[in-house]
Design a binder for this molecule. Sequence first.
Ligand code: COI
Length: 357
Amino acid sequence: MNSTIKITKTTNSRLETVDFDNLTFGSTFSDHMFVVDYKDGQWQNPEIVPYGPIQIEPAMMSLHYGQAVFEGMKASKHIDGTPLLMRPELNARRFNLSAERLSMPTIPEELFLEGLHTLIDLDQAWIPPQKGSAMYVRPFMFATDNYIKVGESKTYKFIIITGPVGPYYPKPISLIAEQKYVRAVRGGTGEAKAAGNYAGSLLPARIAREKGYDQVMWMDGHDFEYIEEVGTMNIFFVMYNKVYTPATDGSILKGTTRQSVITLLRDEGYEVFEKPISIHEVLEAYDKGELQEVFGTGTAVVVAKVNKLAYRDRVLEFPLENLKVGNWVKAQIDGLRAGTIEDTRGWIVPVKSATLV
Ligand code: COI
């Protein structure tokens, strides 16, 4: 596999400095990164180099106009030590859909996956074996022309960095339904994993924190009536013993974990509905004692338990001992990622060894 990728290994590994028993999320980076440049209409010079600073100019377009997209993935270890990925092709495909929405070049899936496998193979010692921990993988692309007229860049950089992470939300989280700001509207960039979507979420997230809530639950941009997603995850409700999640109709991120969770639940016999979910349906179910669980799903969070949801003057609280569906699906994903649950769907992909491919 490494025939086209030039590899320069670090001479100064930082691995020994990492405390794998006390990992936080997102602040530790593995020794290497994969980098490939787009210029003259093609991707060129893929290489793996030691993780470190990159040189940019102040006029670099992505700093001004936000042509930047990314993915989130996780690598884990099978109990026999083999490094594994889960459905990486979904991320490669979604990455290109995001790129297209931002008028950026797509990256051949084979190059995305080759860079990914080669990098993770090289840094596999950075995958934490501890339960609840994993290697987080962040592929991203940004415009690199130095030019400040509004327009598309002609050059881009695609990079993959990785790092060992602990749980994103170590504790159950509380949500507040946003009533002023919107994340996205149909026809906007909400379906893409665009960096700017997250920038716009930071102020409402801070206000939510100041009110005592961990995250914002985004509502539709028209009437603030229909539930969309949460800042870092898609959302699921268990009501009347059935599972509901908002339909992804143009403004909601098509989560890869969301997709897997729906399949796992349906295969297990749960009725799962993807449909517009009004906040008033949720309140009604709660008032009737029929709202059994709320949980979020995402690569970073896996399955996050929600213990409180505020909407205007209502505060709904959920006893976490009831989280039957959420706990089951989390155990499934964790088990698949650790190889303790048999993968009957071909979702789990062993990381290819650079010398064998
Ligand atoms: C992920 O779940 O991987 C994400 O990209 C969401 C967030 C951490 C930005």
